[in-house]
Design a protein around this ligand. Structure first.
Ligand code: SF4
Length: 72
């Protein structure tokens, strides 16, 4: 099982992750990205466990502030 994390505070809302991997990422009302179907955890970040990263790794590599973390 892998985990996708967005460090929400660091996100600058560029939209790259949502463009690259719409399966998991979307832009929220606050102008920053979120993980679809996820609420923020107690640390204020989004976390999602999955067996299928799809293009989430590419989205992480496309993030200009490197606030998407993939834990494998
Ligand atoms: S690519 Fe990074 S900075 Fe851009 S919207 Fe996604 S999480 Fe935010």
């Amino acid at each position: 099982m892998a985990k996708i994390i967005i460090e929400h505070e660091k996100c600058i809302g560029c939209g790259s992750c949502a463009a690259v991997c719409s399966k998991y990422f979307e832009m929220a009302d606050d102008g920053k990205s979120k993980l679809k179907g996820c609420e923020k955890n107690s640390a204020g970040n989004f976390e999602l466990e999955t067996n299928d990263l799809d293009s989430a790794q590419t989205a992480a590599e496309s993030c200009p502030v490197q606030c998407i973390i993939i834990e494998k």
